[in-house]
Design a protein around this ligand. Structure first.
Ligand SMILES: CSC[C@H]1O[C@@H](n2cnc3c(O)ncnc32)[C@H](O)[C@@H]1O
Ligand SMILES: [Zn+2]
Length: 432
């Protein structure tokens, strides 16, 4: 059992705003945190095999990316500057029809590499060829909540359900417990109610949650209104979907009643501000969702609509966007964005043992190097993390008690190989 001691760091536990301990320490045994906090919090008899000098660094929970499509890193910069439906129908879906398992593996490896290098320790994914994504997760050392994306019409609809069941059976709890699974019906406009009800029955049977895109664009609102006379949230609520654990990505176009439903039913909302801005989908009413008591985390969405997987950038965008959307600079203070990217993200994914540095929690943490010109002077380190830090400031990443990046070197992945194999796959798919 690896025993790690981090000494001399500023420890930010995320338990509450003022849980910041200068010259603090963190002790890790096996996959869990033994102690995290002020100097002296680690039991005197704790013997470490690996001592990390954290001076000049902030030790904090790793970021939790609540919504992405890992293998879509292959499609980064393939189709830009389009609205969602045109982007999907004319560009993304035709290319995805050509994806081979190997492509998805290299795309997912590239995603894991980019995420680890930018301090993400957990992500929620919905895509195809999920065995390949699970392998990439297992090998890279990251934590993930995986769902097989399902479109509920056409010849692939049945196979998608079978593959999601297989994913849940084969991979739940694997990779030393780092992999959890969900069911992934794509959206209300691609999965009719009868199909969703079948998915719900399976989700209940296998005690798994549901990951779905909800109310992302005005096009979706119009389509669902024309077909069912309801909003997407009303439609999903009417079939009882929100009585199960649900991870709802986007939730941009919501009525007041929708917000009340999402809050009352404890739906986990994955707010994806960069993707929503890039596709010009709209601005999610996050301040109202939070005021209503909804659980909101942050997601990047896929690299094809973002175009990166950088959670520090996502926090900054979230804070800036909601200030301008509400005309109130206090609407989204830095700590709220940081909570969405860490502790609240864990709640959104139903993971009770990550997102904070506390005894008994899984040891998923990062060290951010604060000895950088753009991080001086240091009045407020939480403001720095959201408004001034860059993902390249992440120095060390520990996931499930394993050091996966040290001094910016990722120990679990051959960076050169992953970049060149991803490039080969992407160019073959694009016919270059
Ligand atoms: C069925 S697997 C997941 C499916 O979702 C597509 N996708 C990627 N980004 C978005 C988005 O923002 N809204 C809706 N669908 C999206 C992806 O290309 C896959 O086909
Ligand atoms: Zn998405």
């Amino acid at each position: 059992m690896a025993r790690i001691l981090i000494k001399g760091a500023t420890v930010l536990t995320m338990e509450k705003h003022d849980a910041v301990f200068h010259n603090g320490e963190v002790a890790i045994a096996g996959d869990s945190i033994i102690a995290a906090g002020p100097q002296g919090c680690v039991p005197k008899n704790f013997i470490a095999e690996h001592v990390i000098d954290g001076s000049g660094m902030v030790a904090m929970p790793g970021f939790i990316n609540c919504h992405t499509h890992a293998s879509m890193t292959l499609l980064r910069s393939y189709a830009d500057d389009l609205p969602l439906m045109k982007w999907l129908n004319e560009k993304i879906w035709p290319l995805e029809a050509k994806l081979q398992p190997e492509d998805c593996y290299w795309g997912a490896m590239l995603c894991c590499l980019e995420m680890i290098k930018s301090g993400t320790t957990t992500f929620a994914d919905m895509y195809f060829e999920m065995d390949e994504v699970a392998l990439a997760v297992e090998e890279s050392g990251i934590r993930a909540c995986l769902a097989r994306g399902m479109v509920g019409a056409g010849p692939a609809a049945e196979r998608a359900i079978e593959e999601n069941v297989k994913l849940v059976k084969d991979w739940s709890g694997r990779a030393d417990g780092r992999i959890t699974t969900m069911f992934g019906p794509h959206a209300p406009y691609t999965c009719p109610p009868d199909y969703l009800k079948r998915v719900m029955t399976l989700a209940e049977k296998y005690d798994a949650g549901i990951h779905i895109h909800v109310a992302e664009t005005q096009d979706e609102i119009r389509q669902i209104e024309e077909k069912y006379g309801m909003t997407p949230v009303q439609l999903l609520d009417s079939i009882g979907l929100f009585d199960l654990p649900v991870l709802a990505a986007h939730c941009v176009h919501l009525k007041q009643e929708d917000i009340a439903v999402l809050a009352a039913k404890k739906v986990g909302v994955a707010h994806c501000p960069a993707s929503n801005m890039k596709l010009a989908s709209g601005i999610a009413p996050v301040t109202e969702l939070l005021k209503a008591g909804a659980i909101v985390g942050l997601g990047t969405d896929g690299a094809a609509s973002n175009n990166n997987l950088d959670m520090m950038e996502e926090m900054r965008i979230a804070s800036l966007l909601h200030k301008i959307a509400t005309g109130d600079p206090m609407a989204m203070p830095s700590f709220k964005s940081l909570q969405m990217a860490t502790s609240n993200g864990a709640r959104v994914l139903g993971l009770g043992d990550v997102g904070m540095l506390k005894p008994g929690m899984k040891a998923d943490l990062i060290l951010v190097d604060f000895q950088r010109p753009h991080l001086y002077p240091q009045h407020d380190l939480i403001a720095h993390l959201v408004y001034a830090a860059q993902s390249a400031d992440v120095d060390t990443v520990i996931i499930n008690g394993e050091v996966v990046m040290e001094d910016r070197l990722v120990l679990t992945i051959d960076e050169e190989e992953v970049m060149s194999r991803a490039q080969e796959s992407a160019f073959r798919l694009a016919g270059r």
